[in-house]
Design a protein around this ligand. Structure first.
Ligand code: GDP
Ligand code: IMO
Ligand code: MG
Length: 428
C-alpha cells in the first residue's frame, strides 16, 4: 500500500499539476480531494500544453484511474467541456470516476460569488468567480446539492427549492437581483444526468479497497497551504482544505494510511487575488520576474503578484502538512540574477520572528528579513542531475532545504514533463 499526497506549499500555481502528472505515470489512482475549477494546472506533455481545471492531472497519465473525490465541488458543465476538449485532442478520459458525495456548483452560486465580491467592494477577496465559496458555504449550511441528488429528480427539486428559498431572499433584498426559479435550475441540472451517471461511484470504498490491495494512490490538492480555509491568510483564502489533512477528509481515507506528503513550491513566490504577501515586489522588479516566469493565471489570466522565496512560509507549510519532501519548481527562471534574496525571517513591529505570526494584523505588518545568495548565469534547462547544476544553484537549493527543514527531492528546470532533476525518488 502506498498513499502519497501532493499539495501546494505557497499560494497556489507552484506546479502541482506537473508534479502530479510526473508521478501519475507510476500510480494506480490519482484522486483530487478539494477545490473545483478555481484551480488551473498547466501540464506540458511532448511539447503539447494542457490546461486542466477540474480534472485531476492524472487524466493525462496512461494507466492511472483519475478520481474526483468527495471533497471537490463540481461545475458539471465545465467538467463536460474539459472532457470534450481532451477527447478532441485524443486523450482517453473513459476511466474518470466521480464521487457520489461531491457537491455540485449550481449556476446560482456563480451569480452569488460575483455579486458577493461586488458587494465587498474594497474588501473583496479577488475570487476566481467560479462559485466556489458559496458552494462550500452551502455544504456547511447543509443546503448543498450533491452528485447523488441528480439521480433522484424529486429529491433534487426539493433541495434546490430549499437552497433557493434563502438565496432568493438574499439576491432580491440585499443584492437587488431577480429571483432564480427552482424548476429551471433543477431541469438544467437534470440535463447532465445521462452523461454523468456512468462516472458516479462510491470512491471512498474504491480508494480504501485499492490501498488494501497494495495499489498506489496519489492524492492531488488544488490551491495551496496559504489559501487553506483554516491555515491560510484568512479571509483571503479559498473555501476548502488544500492542506494534507484535507486529503483524508476530501477522499475518505484515514491519516494512518498516508505514507508521504509532498509539498510543491516555486523557487520564488507568486500569489493571485488579494491578501497579504510579505515578499511581494512592486514595480519593475516584480514585473521583470513575472515576465521571466510567465506568471499569468491559468484560470483567469490575471497577472500573478511576484516576490522572492519566503522560508517562513516554507517552514510553516512543512509543519502544517507534515511534509516529507519538497519539489522546488521553476529554478530555471532565476538563472541570470546576480544575487537572489531569500526571506529567512520576518520583522514584526520591531521584533524578529522566524515563524508565522499568531494574528492577521502582525502578518500584514510583517517585513521580510532578507539574506542574499549569489546567483548563476548559466541556462540550466537541460540539466538532468543535481551535479550538472552550477555550484550557486546547488547552494540555493541546499539553503532552501536547510531553512525549510525538509529535503528537496525534485527540482523543476522547465515546464515539460521531463524537465525535472530527481535527487530522491518520490515513489515509495
Ligand atoms: P499548479 O496550479 O500548481 O498546477 O501550477 P500552474 O500550472 O498554475 O502554474 C505553474 C506554471 O509553471 C505552469 O505554466 C507550468 O507549465 C510551469 N512550470 C512548472 N514547473 C516548471 C519549471 O520547473 N520551470 C518552468 N519554467 N516552468 C514550470
Ligand atoms: P491552483 O490549484 C492560485 C485564489 C483566488 C482568490 C482566492 C479565493 O491552480 O494552485 P476562490 O475562487 O477559490 O474562492 O478564490 O483563492 N485561488 C487561487 N490562486 N491558484 C489557485 O489554484 C487558486 N484557486 C483559488 O485568486 O485569491
Ligand atoms: Mg494553477
Amino acid at each position: 500500500m502506498s498513499a502519497i499526497v501532493v499539495l501546494g506549499a505557497q499560494w497556489g500555481d507552484e506546479g502541482k499539476g506537473k508534479a502530479t502528472d510526473q508521478l501519475g505515470q507510476d500510480v494506480d489512482y490519482v484522486v483530487k480531494y478539494n477545490g473545483g475549477n478555481n484551480a488551473g494546472h498547466t501540464v506540458v506533455v511532448n511539447g503539447q500544453k494542457f490546461a486542466l481545471h477540474l480534472l485531476p492531472a492524472g487524466i493525462l497519465s496512461e494507466n492511472a484511474i483519475p478520481v474526483i473525490g468527495n471533497g471537490v465541488v463540481i461545475d458539471v458543465e465545465v467538467l463536460f467541456e474539459e472532457l470534450d476538449e481532451l477527447i478532441a485532442r485524443g486523450v482517453d478520459t473513459s476511466r474518470l470516476l466521480v464521487s457520489s458525495d461531491a457537491h455540485i456548483i449550481p449556476s446560482y452560486n456563480k451569480v452569488l460569488d460575483a455579486v458577493g465580491e461586488r458587494f465587498l467592494g474594497k474588501r473583496q477577496i479577488g475570487t476566481t468567480g467560479r462559485g466556489i465559496g458559496p458552494t462550500y458555504a452551502d455544504k456547511m449550511n447543509r443546503v448543498g446539492i450533491r452528485v447523488q441528488d441528480l439521480l433522484d429528480p424529486s429529491i433534487l427539486q426539493q433541495k434546490v427549492e430549499a437552497a433557493l428559498e434563502q438565496k432568493n431572499a438574499l439576491l432580491v433584498h440585499m443584492y437587488g437581483q431577480e429571483p432564480i426559479d427552482a424548476t429551471t435550475v433543477t431541469q438544467e441540472l437534470l440535463t447532465y444526468v445521462d452523461r454523468l451517471r456512468p462516472m458516479i461511484s462510491n470512491t471512498q470504498y474504491l480508494i480504501n479497497t485499492a490501498l488494501d490491495e497494495g495499489k498506489t494512490v496519489l492524492f492531488e490538492g488544488g490551491q495551496a497551504t496559504m489559501l487553506d480555509i483554516d491555515h491560510g491568510t484568512y479571509p483571503f483564502v479559498t473555501s476548502s482544505s488544500p492542506t494534507a489533512g484535507g486529503a483524508c477528509i476530501g477522499a475518505g481515507v484515514g491519516p494512518t494510511r498516508i505514507d508521504k506528503v509532498i509539498g510543491v513550491t516555486k523557487a520564488y513566490t507568486t500569489r493571485v487575488g488579494e491578501g497579504p504577501f510579505p515578499t511581494e515586489m512592486h514595480g519593475p522588479e516584480g514585473e521583470a520576474l513575472r515576465e521571466r516566469g510567465g506568471e499569468y493565471g491559468a484560470t483567469t489570466g490575471r497577472p500573478r503578484r511576484c516576490g522572492w522565496f519566503d522560508a517562513v512560509v516554507a517552514r510553516y507549510a512543512v509543519q502544517i502538512n507534515g511534509l516529507t519532501d519538497l519539489v522546488v519548481t521553476k529554478l530555471d527562471v532565476l538563472s541570470g540574477y546576480p544575487v537572489i534574496p531569500v526571506c529567512v525571517a520576518y520583522e514584526v513591529d520591531g521584533q524578529r520572528i522566524d515563524h508565522m505570526p499568531m494574528d492577521q494584523t502582525s502578518f500584514h505588518h510583517a517585513k521580510p528579513v532578507y539574506e542574499e545568495l549569489p546567483g548563476w548565469t548559466e541556462d540550466i534547462t537541460g540539466a538532468t542531475t543535481f551535479e550538472e547544476l552550477p555550484a550557486n544553484a546547488r547552494a540555493y537549493i541546499e539553503y532552501i532545504e536547510k531553512l525549510s527543514g525538509c529535503r528537496v527531492s525534485v527540482i523543476g528546470n522547465g515546464p515539460g514533463r521531463e524537465a525535472a532533476i530527481v535527487r530522491h525518488s518520490l515513489q515509495l
